[in-house]
Design a binder for this molecule. Structure first.
Ligand SMILES: Cc1cc2nc3c(=O)[nH]c(=O)nc-3n(C[C@H](O)[C@H](O)[C@H](O)COP(=O)(O)O)c2cc1C
Length: 204
């Protein structure tokens, strides 16, 4: 016999209830998390060759406007966003039986807001933001580690490098997937039209 917890997910409440404000639900699904591996999302942008680009990034924060991530402004994703300011982002929690997919418009956040997120990053990630360049990547590993140790020693406190950039994904569609250990998985799919969200239930 299948019982709760023995298959995909343990979160079985509210699966049939469409909500008026899916962004509030998104905020509930993505709790504030100061851990180094805070929610990890697959982030898709449109490659400059027209093929989707995909990589994982940390979801730095979320609020009623959408999802925030931070990156290096010299990165490919930033060039792609500049050319096509749209993205899709997905987070999965298999153990809870949840997946969130957001698709929408991407905009850059203020320098002050990005700096605030930088301050919340671990020391490791703060140093990485400074040293994570293509030139450094081409050095032998020993040289990279030496550079890191020297930088760490000589920079007890750090402000963000100029390349540090924050982005907000403002969702136009939101899809909440819920596994049900006792039955079929289902999705709530929401679309924003003229400032109003409408939702429908889809097969999982
Ligand atoms: C666990 C994990 C967390 C990551 N977090 C970030 C992040 O928050 N920001 C970021 O720019 N890259 C992050 N990366 C690296 C990206 O996946 C990617 O390699 C990098 O951003 C370059 O991507 P691009 O060339 O497509 O722009 C992370 C990778 C992993 C595996």
């Amino acid at each position: 016999m299948i019982t709760a917890g023995t298959t995909f997910g343990s979160d079985v409440d509210d699966i049939d209830v469409l909500v008026d404000d899916p962004l509030a639900q998104l905020v509930r699904w993505l709790p504030a998390d100061d851990g180094e591996l805070r929610p990890l999302a697959a982030l898709s942008t449109i490659g400059r060759d027209g093929i989707p680009s995909l990589r994982h990034v940390l979801v730095s924060d979320r609020d009623a406007t959408g999802l925030f991530f931070h990156t290096d402004s010299a990165s490919e994703k930033v060039a792609e966003i500049a050319a096509n300011p749209v993205a899709a982002l997905s987070v999965a929690w298999p153990e809870a039986g949840r997946q969130l997919v957001a698709r929408g418009i991407v905009e850059r956040v203020s320098t002050a807001s990005a700096a605030e997120a930088y301050r919340r990053r671990s020391r490791y990630l703060q140093i990485l933001a400074w040293l994570n360049t293509a030139d450094n990547a081409r050095l032998p590993a020993d040289d990279r580690r030496h550079l890191w140790a020297e930088f760490d020693k000589t920079h007890p406190t750090l402000d963000p490098p100029e390349r540090w950039a924050g982005f907000l994904l403002r969702p136009l569609t939101l899809t909440f997937w819920r596994g049900d250990p006792l039955g079929q998985s289902v999705r709530q799919h929401y679309t924003l039209t003229d400032g109003r969200w409408s939702g429908r239930i889809l097969a999982g």
